[in-house]
Design a protein around this ligand. Sequence first.
Ligand code: HEC
Length: 401
Amino acid sequence: MLDIAYADWLNLGFRWLHVIAGISWIGTSFYFIFLDLSLRKHSNLPNGVGGEAWNVHGGGFYLMRKYNVAPEELPKELHWFKYEAYFTWISGFALLAVIYYWGAESYLIDKEVLDLQPWEAILISVGFFAGGWVVYDLLCRSPFSSHGLLLSAAVFALIAFAAYFLTHLFSGRAAFVHVGAMVGTIMVGNVFFIIIPNQKKIVKSLLAGEDPDPRLGAIGKHRSTHNNYLTLPVILMMISQHYPMLYDNRNSWLVVTLILLVGASIRHFFNLMHTGREIRTLRWQWPTAAALMTVLIAFLSWQPKTDSVAKIEVPSVTQVVAIAQVHCASCHAQKTTDPDVEKAPGGVMLETASDLRKHSAGILKHSVLSKSMPLGNKTKMTSAERQALGAWIRAGMPDSN
Ligand code: HEC
């Protein structure tokens, strides 16, 4: 009989596509933002050209020119950039569905956070993606939109609110990927609902021999700038899955706000640099990003030294193995007993003392410093049990005491 792990293969396929589509999208997006900012004006540019830039790449020289609204005559062949964004979203949503909807009970829901049924959790998840876009779009159309900084602050607040609610609805890991996916949806929404339709309208008026409305291009540019500043934070939210220390704490929504500020500061540095500013005049962006990152690391590493922590006794090896048998071995064993887990995930077995020694770093990371294991805390592991595991590992994993 074929023993096909469907979820794993779909996960692999969608992830492969998602990463490649995402690289293409961000690559073109970074390039066009750079190009736009590097355009220079001079006196003998053709009519309607706002600036030009010379690029060298792959053995040749390119002369890039930007027609601010549109050329007088439409070229025969015009290259559009949109499928990178669409495929990034489609593959990303498919990947999210395979992991978090198919495996809702293990990955999406954390009963200690909120006791949801899978269908409820999935509905909330979809609601966040749609709702995030609708609110963002309304903000951009509101009177705020003429004040760039105010609008940015409102979008920042929207994401912070969403992060707050998501971390109080889903598992920490799911909450982080949802913030990333919600922001990603906003970015793709900008391409699909605003930037490309506006560009199509411009093309249509050109074909009809009319003068296109310059506002259409300006709105597109505005949305595209938002996308640009959101790129770095979104990537971090996506890879946060590998770093439980980011999402596994009570105030992880604050982590999201710091990540937004760090990512946007770094992006701002590059944007200013591309306009031709000398690097030494750009004094504040990197120090700000570094300072915020230091705050983030300190915030996540700070542990209150209570007496109960200090007094924890090093348990015996028998006690530790017993804890693992109850809380880990249903999934991490030669013969698993959890109905959802056929083989020990990642080949990590946690049945004997030598297993525990071998994987002590992983145990510390996933079950002591964070609560990402047991998955969805299915076995209801207590803090005392986590501290006992931690005390044994930190004491050098003695055979007896
Ligand atoms: C309900 C099933 C289940 C239980 C119970 C469980 N795990 Fe896991 N564990 C998984 C799955 C699934 C993965 C694969 C990683 C993923 O997809 O998140 C995993 C991965 C791991 C990893 C490897 C992570 C990596 O970096 O690749 C470690 C370490 C781990 N678990 C430790 C533990 C410990 C310690 C316990 C008990 C305290 C435990 N697990 C209980 C399902 C479980």
